[in-house]
Write a protein that binds this ligand. Structure first.
Ligand code: TRP
Length: 331
């Protein structure tokens, strides 16, 4: 007996970075111990913000790179169902059916939707239907496996809120069918990027990739912004405002007090500290990188894993769609 069913997803974003790892992936691997887990590469969701042959060309290679990271990090295809969303077309069927009882007002109030409209500088009326329907697809992703727990970051909380509303309405209209999915927030702190200011993100190019080489990691670490008041090597540092120190806590926990003391007394400089951090990161991901390199050499194996995952997912998903057909008078 497990504690329940989990579903979570990531849009195919290529190689993952430390923020993705501590914010999600590490937690996902642990959850495999206690739950039946479905982990999905949300390639259809990627289409809500990409269009045209040129842009969508990146989806499949990015999905593949991300799958390598997932597997190397310990997501286990024997224990969990790892799959690509578009290979389980039932998600789109269920999205269509759920959309019949999802008011437009709910969808247009989602902060990520409003943010996106602002970003693309479009009038609401020009926004694609698919983007408005994003939370309905996400709801379908979850409830199609009757998942009761969804591990996500705080930025996804509003989507989950809508999922619960959609579920409640569906259950009221058609009878109890889906559990109300609960958010499982990760307690890990959000990871700040090399700029020392913004959340780590690929689009801001302030990230450190898990799969980077030792040299790339060291080079990136050297660009990190530290305590802005520490101008000279002889100035005492303030670890508590320094992002290198924040990462040291994760990668060199055993000597963190020593690092603090030596930074505060200017016994080590920022360059020493960054070099030390890079070594910590490289040691931490050494085996991960080894496993990833091996997997990357057999792309066919990765495709097989994902195809087998999709098959297991479809068995459950088509069952649920059948039940929804029944409830909604289509049988
Ligand atoms: N929207 C999520 C993101 O951008 C990805 C996602 C798609 C997801 N479907 C999901 C997350 C279902 C949790 C559950 O990060």
């Amino acid at each position: 007996m497990t504690s329940g069913t989990i579903l979570s997803g990531m849009r195919p974003s290529g190689r993952l970075h430390l923020g993705n790892y501590f914010g999600a992936l590490q937690n996902w691997t642990r959850l495999q111990e206690d739950y039946d887990c479905f982990y999905m590469i949300a390639d259809v969701h990627a289409l809500t913000t990409l269009s045209g042959a040129e842009e969508v060309r990146t989806i499949a290679p990015d999905a593949h790179e991300m799958a390598l990271d997932w597997l190397a990090a310990g997501l286990d295809p024997e224990r969990s169902v790892l799959f690509v969303q578009s290979q389980v077309p039932e998600h789109l069927v269920l999205q269509g059916l759920l959309s019949m009882s999802a008011p437009l007002g709910w969808l247009m109030r989602v902060p990520t939707f409003k943010e996106r409209v602002r970003q693309i500088g479009e009038h609401e009326e020009n926004v694609p239907f698919g983007l408005v329907g994003y939370p309905v697809l996400q709801t379908a992703d979850i409830v199609i496996y009757k998942a009761d727990k969804v591990p996500v970051g705080i930025d996804q909380a509003p989507h989950l809120e809508i999922s619960r509303e959609i579920v409640r309405r569906f259950n009221r209209l058609y009878g109890d069918t889906f559990p109300e999915p609960q958010t499982l927030l990760t307690d890990s702190p959000s990871i700040t990027g090399t700029d020392g200011e913004n959340k780590m993100s690929k689009s801001l190019d302030n990230h450190l990739e898990l799969a980077a080489s030792d040299e790339e990691t060291a080079a990136r670490a050297m660009t990190m912004v530290t305590d802005p008041q520490r101008m000279r090597r002889s100035d005492p540092g303030r670890p508590d405002v320094c992002n290198v120190f924040a990462l040291q806590k994760l990668f060199n926990p055993g000597k963190i007090e020593e690092i603090r003391r030596r930074c505060e007394s200017a016994d080590i400089g920022c360059v020493d500290d960054k070099r030390d951090l890079a070594e910590g990161v490289n040691a931490y991901f050494r085996e991960f990188r080894e496993r990833r390199r091996e997997l990357a050499e057999s792309p066919g194996r990765v495709r097989e894993i994902l195809a087998a995952g999709a098959e297991r997912a479809r068995a459950v998903a088509s069952e649920t769609v059948g039940e929804v057909y029944e409830r909604m008078g289509l049988r």
